[in-house]
Write a protein that binds this ligand. Sequence first.
Ligand code: FRU
Length: 490
Amino acid sequence: MANNRLEHAQQILNKYQAIAHDPFRPAYHISPKFGLLNDPNGLIQFNGHYHIFYQWNPFACDHRQKFWGHYISADLINWQEVSPALAPDTEYDANGCYSGSAFVYHDELYLFYTGNLKYGADQQHRASSQCLAKSKNGIDFEKIGIVIDGQPAGYTSHFRDPKIWQEGALFFAVIGGQTDKLQGQVLLYRSENLTEWQFLGAIAGSGIAPFDDFGYMWECPDLFRLNQHWVMLASPQGLAPQGMKYQNIYQSGYLVGDLNLEDTHFSTQHFEELDRGFEFYAPQSFVDNQGRRIMLAWMGLPEENRQPTVESHWLHQMTLPRELTLHNNRLYQNPVPELKALRQSHITYQNTVFDGTRSFNGVAGDCYELRAEFINLTSDLSLKLRSNGKDQYTLLHIDPRQNIITLDRNHAGSGDGGIRQCQIASAQSLELVIYMDKSSLEIFINQGAEVFSARIFPAASSTGISFESNAPCHLMSLDYFGLQHCDVIQ
Ligand code: FRU
């Protein structure tokens, strides 16, 4: 017995040491201290602090239990982990406090989330209810209970992820759903008092114009005004790959349209993916006190649990906070300017023309921001990141004739390989902003018109950055910033 307890203590110690020494731990992204992280939840600013809650299994790198973990920050850079906000400990959420949103009402912070319950032999049945919890200090939450008890008629119990907003004295919420015919849809609800909710109808998804067959489930909807329009974010499941599009197991994208709350109608033309990379899912947004619409997403995907960090007992991370703007009905995403505070060294090169392979003194690392502007690109350009100078690198390739950008991680190290691509309006002039953080990469192209997010797992010593072109290539400016570790989770 005594020995068993000693062994157990030793196992716990080994776990923490594995996490602490893992070279893949991010330096400035939110990740779980241990266990699995998935969706960002309840994004909000409350009493001056930013709050990011997240789907968390503290016990293992799998999806069996879901708590709401909780980080707070005064500056969107340094995050302090506080007590978990919600635990799956009641009869209505025993199998998971699933995703949801936050809002402030009468000076209290409310959480609106899905209680997930499984029952029957082998737990093959599911009950989903939408539930409330609240807090005076923004840290200690008290559960209020179920306010929407089950899905509307004609829908299955895949009914989750309420995102709430207020219009005058009324509350509205969008919730992800699935019809009995297995069509994924976004459902709109209204309430006058937060406890009684009326189902108004489905406003987007499979079977709702302009979509015919467009996924069997839509998760994590979000709906907000941006400029004169309404923007919906959603994560449909079940889209077949189509050319360069929909290459990941599940997709996340946006729809720009107009919402008519009187007749429950969201008019929109089409669905566009938010991110062209490998890991990006379940984005959620909020408005801060500067009026910015800020979005974070899970830099991971459901059913993608085989990453090398599992050996060190943690899995997945968030994207950076990205500000959303709308231009000509397209969403642009840019990392929030607060991130400049992470810069601790700067190397700059201006107006350089190179032909062949070129690297730059001091421009290398595994934790940096890299900004590059090219003009008059006429032939292929390759950037090798996290390179060992030989056979290990992550490749960003630009084809300015076909205007195709490719991210290739087939030689990136351990972890999954593959390529992802997108076509942009014009690749002759190109602005790249790249955030590298140990085992993640976010590439913002042309003022955030396109973004590639990816996890990569190279050797810690693979830090090279090189540029390759077979014709003279005009690099207008190159700015390398070494980034410091912030108080995320180290
Ligand atoms: C999206 C999702 C949500 C659900 C949560 C459970 O990744 O499946 O629909 O609420 O994760 O963790």
